[in-house]
Design a protein around this ligand. Sequence first.
Ligand code: GSH
Length: 210
Amino acid sequence: MIDLYTWTTPNGRKISIMLEELGLPYTAHPIDITKDDQFAPDFLAISPNNKIPAIVDNETGIQMMESGAILLYLADKAGGFVPTEDKARWEMMEWLMFQMASIGPMLGQTHHFHRFNPGKAPYAEDRYINETKRLYGVLDKRLEGREYILDAYSIVDIATWPWIARFEWQGIDLNDYPDVRRWYCHIAQRPAVQRGYAVPKPAGDIPMPG
Ligand SMILES: N[C@@H](CCC(=O)N[C@@H](CS)C(=O)NCC(=O)O)C(=O)O
């Protein structure tokens, strides 16, 4: 049994979606980051950077923070959603790092400045909105003629999709990125994605483009 410490955010949903896709049994523990639960000493012992998600695998005794590392761990443990052939595996690493280093942090800054603090720092707002649009463009180009970011559905889609699910917060019209839109809508239909989206508590319907 795996203990998952999480909240209703893109990084948290990556792991609940992955656990649902793999069919691994888990218990979700809500860490309400709006109430500073992430600073509780018990949680810091698992996640020293005071961020969700984190897991404890009671079967192996392994505990981990950082969503990209957790996705790789779970894929390794259960044998799914990563390519096994060498060249494809490195392509997976490349796009997973792209999500972890660019999509997550930059779109996160757009949430901070544009969604939660509009008007306070116009330069920062512009900078991150422009960077968000540029990254959507990179993803759109990658998805041109492809069903998924890699050749098959993988942890890269699982890592990226929950960030795109915040397109409204980012002021993004998905119709401007038709391949991202198609990919996003297709993945939103997966039952495991729908279940994982509602962990650790229901937070409304999955946003869909008009
Ligand atoms: N690189 C980390 C980022 C995790 C992260 O930013 N988590 C946010 C929620 S999505 C959080 O816990 N924020 C609370 C805080 O910073 O105090 C990962 O991918 O796991």
